[in-house]
Design a protein. Structure first.
Length: 85
């Protein structure tokens, strides 16, 4: 299992770098959905975040796996997905 704290920090950095000023660092709580009911990202934004994380972590775990569930993706779920290697 990859270091979850490092993955969490990197995922938050992806969000903060992609949308400077949109999120306060303390607003990025793990229970929040990436979508409308949470951080307010649209479907294209979510896909971009997933692929940016996949690329950054050079992961064998694909973003498509996470999307295929059809469930809302939370920040914590995203972190767990890439930390579970």
């Amino acid at each position: 299992m990859a270091d979850r704290l490092l993955i969490a920090s990197a995922v938050r950095a992806v969000l903060l770098d992609r949308w400077p000023g949109r999120f306060a660092g303390d607003a990025l709580q793990e229970h929040l959905s990436l979508g409308d009911e949470g951080l307010g990202l649209d479907s294209i934004d979510i896909v971009e975040v997933l692929f940016a994380c996949e690329e950054q972590f050079a992961s064998s775990r694909s973003a498509e796996e996470l999307l295929a569930t059809g469930a809302p993706i939370t920040l914590g779920g995203l972190i767990d997905h890439f930390a579970a290697e």
